[in-house]
Design a protein around this ligand. Structure first.
Ligand SMILES: Nc1ncnc2c1ncn2[C@@H]1O[C@H](COP(=O)(O)OP(=O)(O)O)[C@@H](O)[C@H]1O
Ligand SMILES: [Mg+2]
Length: 317
């Protein structure tokens, strides 16, 4: 069953032809065509003889179809992308990381409505990937006026599959997404083909899943974070690997969390060195001391550096 436009080539308003022993039930080219045009929200003309049905997202041509059928699909506005759903700005200040943020921004801004832009921030847990990716996304938001979406795969209570997670973010609250993989991808392709959206995806674990998204073209941006190095993708995405924070921003971080006057310059430097530029450890250690004004910082420091006690000393609270 071939339609004249070929699979995936249905344009809004295109005619999808199906004739003879029509089997446009699941995954036929006619369905691909209808899905594509459905996502674009334009009227679709389906010409079919024989038993055929095509359905997508609650809009369906069902049952026995003979002859021309004209279906008017819902306006794209009702399911179009929303305003920013990036987390709010009440986060603590970000220290350092200027070079990394500017490298990512170069890629996100250079795209300027052309092809897809992809940046993935990698590094150890707690090193600052999410904060850096969020900052970059906020700074690039103007370039992606159709919306910015945050998809946190680690926190997801629903699907952790990347394609369906992105579709759920783009089409809230819960539309009936197509079941089949190729139909979901077709919907994602048509949605992203002309949308200048930014997708911030936290905690990507699979190179294959990311590759699937990178096969989609359009003027959108993907900003990801991953604990995995993903070095196999270095030619396809801008990979930014976060190392420890240098001493100066580490110390600024400690001062800002511990509060003015809580630590001497020497103690601040010693604490930063003891946490080896790891932002989460710096936060926890400085917060520990801020909450216990009577604890002598000089006594706390050896606990952090003692391999037998450091984990206990750095437990939040
Ligand atoms: N450069 C930084 N300046 C200030 N705080 C930071 C910095 N990097 C990370 N943090 C803080 O450290 C914690 C861990 O950062 P996060 O971005 O969640 O790490 P990751 O995503 O790599 O696990 C968060 O509380 C975050 O706000
Ligand atoms: Mg994170």
């Amino acid at each position: 069953m071939e339609d004249e436009n070929g699979p995936g080539d249905a344009r809004p308003g295109a005619e999808v032809r199906d004739s003879g022993d029509a089997r446009a039930t699941d995954g036929g080219t006619a369905i691909t065509g209808v899905s594509a045009a459905t996502a674009a929200g334009a009227p679709v003309s389906v010409w079919a003889t024989g038993a055929a049905y095509a359905s997508h997202g609650g809009v369906a041509i069902t049952g026995y179809v003979a002859g021309d059928v004209r279906v008017t699909l819902p306006s794209p506005q009702s399911r179009s992308v929303q305003d920013s759903v990036l987390p709010g700005e009440q986060r603590p200040r970000l220290f350092g990381r200027e070079a990394e943020i500017s490298a990512g921004l170069d890629v996100l801004r250079r795209a300027d409505g052309g092809g897809r832009a992809a940046v993935v921030v990698t590094g150890a847990p707690g090193i600052g990937k999410s904060d850096v990716a969020l900052r970059m996304s906020r700074l690039a938001a103007e370039q992606y006026p159709d919306g910015q979406f945050h998809i946190n795969l680690a926190l997801s209570t629903g699907p952790t599959d990347l394609v369906s997670s992105i579709l759920h973010a783009l089409f809230p609250p819960e539309p009936p997404l197509p079941d089949r993989r190729d139909q979901q991808l077709a919907l994602l392709r048509t949605t992203l083909a002309d949308k200048r959206v930014l997708l911030l995806v936290d905690d990507i674990v699979s190179e294959e899943a990311l590759l699937e998204i990178l096969s989609v073209d359009g003027p959108f941006a993907l900003v990801g974070t991953s604990r995995v190095k993903l070095s196999g993708l270095s030619g396809l995405v801008c990979l930014i690997d976060l190392g420890p924070l240098p001493a100066a921003p580490s110390e600024e971080l400690v001062r800002s969390v511990a509060g003015p006057g809580r630590l001497t310059g020497e103690q601040t430097a010693a604490l930063s060195a003891a946490c080896a530029g790891h932002p989460l450890a710096l936060h926890i250690a400085a917060a520990h001391l801020a909450r216990r004004p009577r604890v002598n910082a000089d006594r706390y420091l050896p606990e952090i550096t003692n391999p037998d006690r450091s984990v206990k000393a750095l437990v939040a609270g």
